[in-house]
Design a binder for this molecule. Structure first.
Ligand SMILES: Cc1cc2nc3c(=O)[nH]c(=O)nc-3n(C[C@H](O)[C@H](O)[C@H](O)COP(=O)(O)OP(=O)(O)OC[C@H]3O[C@@H](n4cnc5c(N)ncnc54)[C@H](O)[C@@H]3O)c2cc1C
Length: 821
């Protein structure tokens, strides 16, 4: 084949909407020497049979950004590439049956406003006015999304493909990729049935085949793609004369309905309806083992299984009684891939150089536009406009085995529209990674949460406390945990608390040049030998990539410690920057060590009884010592903001150490405390949390991290020039701490901050501070307002509450006297 391309900058495997959008966006950025391989015809995977709904609604900031962008793109794409499409922005009405649901809608409305969208809350009359055929008597209200609608997924894919081709990109249909080989210089050969293509980067956009394709990357450091496949059905009804008459008279389609509490979408399709349930008694396909996914399922469907969805369909017919007058004309039952949290995998392929993922989309039609943009940014710029951690493949690590993926996928599907309450834990597939003292923690009442698969206590229940899932269905602060969190915080304040923290990510960096490497990579200074310090890392735009604690044991010997969830992300960040000729080594030793946080004014007395350590050593120091006969590393830091130590030990010694501390602590009032108390304690100190307060949405200077930036050091660390420039120009936002006259709820992530009728910022986290007795929010605000005493309002689930900007210092123990005690 003469025009078969043997070279490309990027090869994309998969010609669904996401692959086509990736190619289009790469070409838009000027990367036109790119090739898309599709084993069958474009759209042959999930795309061809999708219902084509395109919502913007999400309570994830990143996902809302992506979906909003898709709607903006789709509205102009037909003209832009000269490929007219059926895209109907009909608006949508999302129904609420409860107060909590209305609060969720208010929150999405607030986030939408920050993104420039005008989502509206509707009362029952307004619902009826926009949708005359609906029954509203049992509803609480609704959310109207004017941007929502439906698109023909095949036309959308073809339009993106045409746009890409017109710019010079190539699409090879009926050309299955059959494997990949990485070259010594880390570039790739992609093998196809028609020949090989040499390229710089490969993208796995293979939809529900992504796990199969992912296997090819294992020899080059890859892992099993965490995913499974669900069967999803929608029902098409016959045409209904009243709908036809209404549409003609109004000159438009009815808005799309979603009854999210019952769990279905309901959309006008021609002059009938398309009803799509997400049924709780759902069905995973090819679930026995990954090998069950057939080599080719192009343009195929499964046979109908109406029984599974008939209750929900019947409910929808009561909601819109007119629909019951029509017969069912067709049922579509096709595959949708699911990652364990239902969000796609977009970004660098974990462990593999020059390979990316843009796959496992549950809502690929709605997200495809945005996903193409994000992927092109990852490849061309190395960074994305919006922080995309929610969809980053590295958010999963080594615990997502097949059974886990199946259990979680089914759970997400069956609760596709469920509310994600901050106190709620989704119960499927727990206990992936356990601390050696897991049983002890549970026996003490630990109510567990999963952190990168590691089980940690969120709070400690006492006999008689309600630990049911039902009790967690609230956005409010109150619940069975509230009194316990308060007691745990008070114990840390007045006596001491202990928190078992398995899975604290940890890398050993050792050998000649290690210190110089860190100096050249982080934004600030590095600690002296014997001390521990916080290191921040920025990207070339000066935005916050991550934060790690560096424990320096020798001139060129460090332990870097970082969040459990950051394990693969931070590892790759360091690896990516390691010089090829490095004389030092870096090892991930996360699983070798465990950590207990011991914090509170009595912690010194407790340790004095059981350890030989020099407990007079100051804040931010560390030492090797013994607890009883057992070696530990005692690190004098406290994320809780009290006198305290982190006790690091070999993982096999966890129980010995824990038992000794607990025994010694009994008479000093030592209490176990959980992650939720820790969150309250850290926010009182203004300590930032990764991927909430610290993200690539903000620069180091916006984040108020100036004291961790050393512009006068000789090393040209990533972000230096950008930070220098921003310093001269001035920041557009500034981190601040606020005290909020909140009601029942503390401010969740991305609550709007208002002043004089304008949005002037957003919160990045919020919680009740039990030591200071106030609701606290951390956030970003217009710099002229980041002045102590400034009064603003924070919109929390639709209600505005007075808030006051605080001094730029911790609310609790501003001079760190307790930490230094
Ligand atoms: C019934 C139903 C209704 C849906 N409704 C909606 C909706 O209303 N809105 C919404 O947003 N989403 C909806 N979805 C989900 C949506 O269809 C998917 O999320 C989306 O199509 C995924 O697109 P994709 O490009 O990632 O994957 P796919 O469309 O599956 O594309 C992957 C492509 O990769 C190709 N491929 C695989 N392996 C190879 C190889 N080795 N070489 C070359 N090519 C290969 C496949 O042939 C396939 O064409 C629905 C899904 C179903 C089943």
């Amino acid at each position: 084949m003469s025009d078969f391309p043997t070279k490309a900058r990027v090869v994309i495997i998969g010609g669904g909407v996401v692959g086509a959008s990736s190619l289009y966006h790469l070409a838009k950025k000027g990367w036109t020497e790119c090739v898309l391989l599709e084993k069958n015809e474009l759209t042959a995977g999930s795309t061809w049979h999708a219902a084509g709904n395109v919502p913007t609604f999400s309570t994830s900031w990143a996902v809302m950004n992506m979906q909003r962008y898709s709607t903006e793109l789709y509205a102009r794409l037909g003209d832009e590439v000269d490929y007219p499409m059926n895209y109907h922005q009909t608006g949508s009405i999302r129904l609420a049956h409860s107060k909590e649901r209305m609060q969720e809608f208010e929150r999405a409305k607030g986030m939408g406003k920050q993104q420039g969208m005008d989502l509206e809350i509707l009362d029952l009359d307004e619902i009826k006015a926009r949708y005359p055929f609906i029954e509203t008597h049992d509803l609480a209200g609704a959310l109207y999304d004017p941007n929502d609608g439906d698109i023909d997924p095949a036309q959308l894919t073809q339009a993106l493909a045409k746009g890409a081709r017109d710019m010079g990109a190539k699409i090879l249909r009926f050309t299955p990729a059959t494997g990949v080989t990485q070259q010594p210089d880390d570039t790739w050969i992609v093998h196809t049935e028609k020949g090989d293509i040499a390229c710089d980067y490969v993208v796995n956009a293979a939809g529900y085949y992504a796990q199969q394709v992912g296997e090819w990357f294992k020899p080059y450091g890859g892992r099993t793609v965490p995913m499974m496949v669900m069967s999803h059905q929608y029902v098409l009804t016959d045409e209904i004369p009243e709908i036809e008459a209404y549409s003609k008279e109004q000159g438009r389609k009815l808005p799309l309905l979603r009854d999210v509490d019952v769990s279905y979408y309901f959309r006008q399709e021609k002059h009938g309806f398309n009803i799509g349930p997400y049924e709780p008694n759902c069905k995973a396909e090819w679930a026995g083992s990954p090998e069950e996914v057939p080599n080719d399922f192009s343009f195929q469907l499964w046979s109908d299984d109406l029984e599974r969805i008939e209750d929900i369909v019947a409910d929808s017919m009561e909601r819109v009684p007119l629909s019951a007058s029509a017969g069912i004309s067709r049922i579509i039952n096709g595959p949708i891939p699911y990652a364990p949290d239902g969000l796609p995998l977009i970004g660098p392929m974990p462990g593999v150089k020059n390979a990316f993922e843009n796959c496992v989309f549950t809502f690929g039609i709605a997200q495809g536009g945005g996903a193409g943009k994000v992927l092109a940014e990852w490849i061309v710029d190395g960074v994305t406009e919006w922080d995309m951690w929610a969809c980053d493949p590295r958010r999963y690590t080594d615990y997502t085995d097949h059974d886990y993926c199946v259990a979680k996928g089914m759970e997400v599907y069956g609760n596709e529209y469920a509310m994600h309450f901050p106190w709620h834990r989704w119960p499927a597939a727990p206990d992936k990674k356990l601390s050696p003292i897991h049983d002890r923690v549970k026996a003490l009442g630990g109510v567990m949460g999963a952190y990168n698969g590691w089980e940690r206590a969120n709070w400690y229940a006492q006999a008689g406390d309600d630990t049911s899932e039902d009790s967690t269905h609230t956005w409010g602060r109150s619940g069975p945990w509230e009194q316990r969190i308060k007691e745990e915080c008070e114990a840390v304040r007045d006596a001491a608390g202990i928190l078992d923290l398995p899975g604290f990510s940890r890398y050993r960096l050792q050998g000649e040049g290690a210190a110089e490497f860190l100096r050249g990579l982080c934004t600030g200074g590095i600690p002296k030998v014997g001390r521990i310090g916080l290191l921040y890392f920025a990207d070339d735009r000066g935005r916050i990539v991550t934060e790690m604690s560096a424990m320096r044991l020798d001139e060129d010997f460090f332990f870097l410690i970082t969040a459990a969830t950051a394990e693969w992300h931070d590892w790759e960040w360091l690896q990516k920057h390691m010089p090829a000729d490095a004389k030092f080594t870096m090892t991930n030793v996360t699983k070798e060590f465990s950590t207990q946080i011991l914090s509170g004014p009595k912690s010194r007395d407790i340790l004095a009884e059981i350890s030989n350590a020099d407990l007079s050593q100051g804040w931010l120091t560390h030492q090797s010592a013994q607890i009883g006969e057992t070696w530990v590393q005692l690190v004098r830091v406290s994320f809780a903001g009290e006198l305290g130590w982190e006790i690091h030990s070999k993982v096999e010694d966890t129980a010995t150490v824990y038992d000794m501390v607990m025994d010694a602590g009994a008479k000093h009032g030592l209490k176990p405390f959980g992650m939720w108390a820790l969150n309250s304690l850290r926010i009182e100190k203004g300590y930032r949390a990764w991927k909430g307060d610290l993200s690539t949405d903000y620069s180091m200077l916006q984040g108020g991290l100036d004291r961790f930036v050393k512009l006068d050091k000789p090393q040209d660390f990533p972000g230096k020039a950008a930070i220098q420039n921003e310093k001269q120009q001035g920041v557009t936002k500034r981190f601040c701490t606020l005290i909020v006259d909140a009601g029942d709820c503390d401010a969740p992530y991305m609550s709007s901050i208002w002043k004089d009728g304008q949005i002037v910022g957003e919160t990045t986290s919020g919680a009740w501070g039990y030591r200071v007795g106030a609701s606290i929010a951390l956030g970003m605000i217009r710099p002229d307002l980041a002045v102590p005493g400034t009064e603003v309002e924070i919109e929390i689930y639709g209600e505005k509450f007075r808030a006051v900007v605080q001094e730029d210092q911790p609310l609790w123990d501003p001079q760190n006297e307790r930490l230094r005690a």
